[in-house]
Design a protein around this ligand. Structure first.
Ligand SMILES: Nc1nc2c(ncn2[C@@H]2O[C@H](COP(=O)(O)OP(=O)(O)O)[C@@H](O)[C@H]2O)c(=O)[nH]1
Ligand SMILES: [Mg+2]
Length: 380
């Protein structure tokens, strides 16, 4: 699998660099997000101080420059400290990845976002990357941007940065004209609801300026996070899941239409005894059938994949929850034992401590109740 969604470790010695980063000792962590190896609650980086780390997700078409930006902004560490703030950059695969189906891409992004939210980690913002060097906002851009909008929802757009890059590959005037067109068309509704457009010129300074812009934000809960955790929807029932479903259905229909046209042309070629065209059309038909088969398979597998992802996510959440609760329960029990000791001591000392003993016993009863409540949580 390509390493699009991952986090690496950080090393260094705790000193502040002139550009605002702090080098810190290794935060050891498994590095493969996609396999569920990284969990926000088990990672010491997340507990480094009381102030929760800022999670920033980076989305966009495959090849738009997400990984390059993430590496530049984080100095290849992905988890880092900038201006004293802990930051985690989340690199994602695009909805058009060559190695992963769109269903798998959504599955992995959704599971990660759901799990982080249930662990109490919120996002400081989302960066959507778009190449200004693209001469049009093509089909893949439209699809990725739609999925992005569905994942984020409307209310979180003020924490969204629409980042244009690859300015070096386009004449500046043309780039500026395209930028204006994006503002007027594809990005318009997002901008109207608070999204900001930023240029990135592929330098560390430019990447840091964008991070600092995101870090000003109040943390948010994305639409998909609310849907998965608060509303307990399946991935397929979320806005993003429904959008993907629609995209796939549309493509299947388009391919089926094209297939019928091909067959019609083949029939004509046969009537006209045009062997060459017939051969070509046969080839084309075979390719089309393959594409259609793949899409139909993806569509059919979608539901079961999404259900599997939900189950796995819940299992991971539960396991962590149980561990957390067990720790809390053990804490109460340890405290209770201390109280018991104290009561015994006071009882040995004589009757004049009766009121003190009564108070302690009341606290003990409360602690026992708390421990029992926590235990009930675990059993459920
Ligand atoms: N000129 C230019 N090239 C870039 C920029 N960002 C990425 N690239 C190149 O674009 C290609 C795809 O980038 P990558 O980060 O892998 O895209 P991803 O698929 O979105 O992660 C690579 O060859 C990068 O070197 C940029 O800001 N400017
Ligand atoms: Mg990448």
């Amino acid at each position: 699998m390509d390493m699009d969604m991952w986090l690496s470790t950080q090393d260094g010695s705790g000193q502040l660099t002139p550009d605002g980063y702090t080098n810190v000792d290794t935060f050891s962590t498994p590095d493969d997000l996609e396999s569920g190896g990284w969990s926000p609650t088990d990672d010491p980086f997340m507990k480094y101080s009381e102030d929760p780390p800022a999670l920033i997700a980076v989305l966009g078409v495959t090849g738009s420059g997400k990984t390059t930006f993430v590496n530049l902004a984080s100095r290849s560490h992905l988890k880092f400290i900038l201006d004293g703030r802990r930051v985690v950059l989340i690199d994602t695969p695009g909805f058009d990845d060559t190695h992963m189906s769109d269903t798998d891409v959504l599955k992995s992004i959704a599971a990660f976002l759901g799990e982080s939210y249930s662990a109490g980690a919120k996002l400081a913002g989302v960066i959507y990357v778009h190449r200004i060097s693209d001469d049009k906002f093509g089909g893949l851009a439209v699809k990725n941007f739609r999925m992005f909008r569905e994942l984020c929802g409307e209310k979180t757009l003020k924490n969204v940065i629409l980042m244009t890059n690859m300015w070096g590959r386009v004449n500046p005037q043309l780039g500026a004209a395209r930028e204006q067109q994006l503002r007027d068309e594809h990005f318009k509704t997002a901008i109207d609801k608070g999204a900001q457009v930023h240029r990135h010129n592929n330098t560390p300074e430019s990447a840091r300026a964008i991070l600092r812009e995101v870090l000003k934000n109040q943390p948010i809960v994305l639409k998909i996070q609310r849907e998965l955790i608060d509303e307990r929807k399946d991935i397929g029932q979320t806005g993003a899941g429904a959008e993907l479903n629609r995209e796939i259905r549309e493509l299947v229909e388009k391919h089926e239409r094209e297939m019928r046209e091909l067959e019609e042309n083949m029939r004509k070629a046969m009537e006209e005894k045009d062997e060459e065209s017939k051969e070509e059309l046969l080839e084309e038909k075979k390719r089309m059938e393959e594409r259609l088969g793949k899409l139909q398979k993806d569509s059919a597998e979608m539901q079961s994949k999404f259900e599997g992802a939900r189950r796995e996510m819940e299992e991971r959440i539960n396991t962590r929850f149980e561990a957390q609760m067990s720790r809390i329960q053990a804490g109460y029990e340890a405290e209770l034992r201390k109280y018991e000791e104290r009561v015994k001591e006071l009882e040995r000392d004589g009757r004049e401590n009766a009121s003190q003993i009564a108070t302690l016993k009341k606290t003990m009863a409360e602690l026992r109740k708390k421990a029992a409540d926590v235990k009930r949580c675990i059993v459920m």
